[in-house]
Ligand binder design. Structure first.
Ligand SMILES: [Zn+2]
Ligand SMILES: [Zn+2]
Length: 185
């Protein structure tokens, strides 16, 4: 089994597997992969994983598992957090060229399906990126019961209770505090 060169650990040559009968498979593993996630997402550690590529009558079905972590900030108290991710991959790849004749295949029939490269390489970067983007928490938390920051002074409320001198209160909030519904008519 050959794995991709170190600078592209998510790229695998599967020409040999394509020449084998349906049901043949190849187990592949990778580590140390860094990928650009776009947007605000940043990896805290490289991507590692293992997949099994199974030859089907028309291409490959790839299933497996990926581990990594995101570097993020708590959505409530803003401390840096590392979000571990354990992801499942399940992706079909179709050839770009007919393995026997080398003739280009009609890609327009199923434009949404991932394609092998012209060199019969399988690039897992896109499915791995999409799996990470899908699994990234919208509001990561440093812990499930994070109390967040005080809306008045910005203090971290996880560090314990604190109080304010009255002068520190926003006058608009002060007015609210003095407002008492008249329940005893
Ligand atoms: Zn927090
Ligand atoms: Zn406060």
């Amino acid at each position: 089994m050959t794995v991709g060169p170190d600078e592209q650990p998510l790229l695998f040559n599967v020409a040999g597997l394509l020449g084998e009968p349906r049901g043949s498979f190849l187990d592949l593993s990778f580590a140390g992969a860094t990928i650009d996630l776009g947007g605000d997402l940043v990896l805290a550690e490289p991507v590692a994983g293992s997949v099994r590529a199974v030859r089907t009558n028309r291409g490959l079905v790839v299933t497996g598992h990926v581990s990594t972590a995101l570097a993020d900030t708590c959505g409530r108290c803003l401390v840096p957090v590392v979000v571990p991710l354990e992801l499942d991959l399940d992706e079909e790849f179709l050839p770009t060229l007919d393995i026997a004749t080398g003739q280009p295949l009609n890609r327009s029939l199923e434009p949404e399906v991932a394609r092998l490269t012209d060199h019969h390489e399988m690039d897992l970067e896109t499915p791995v990126r999409e799996a990470i983007q899908l699994a990234a928490p919208i509001v990561p938390l440093c812990r499930p019961d994070c109390r967040g920051l005080c809306p008045l002074c910005g203090a971290d409320r996880n560090l314990g209770p604190h109080s304010h001198p009255d002068a520190a209160l926003d006058p608009r909030l002060e007015a609210l505090r003095e407002f008492q519904p008249d329940t005893e008519a």
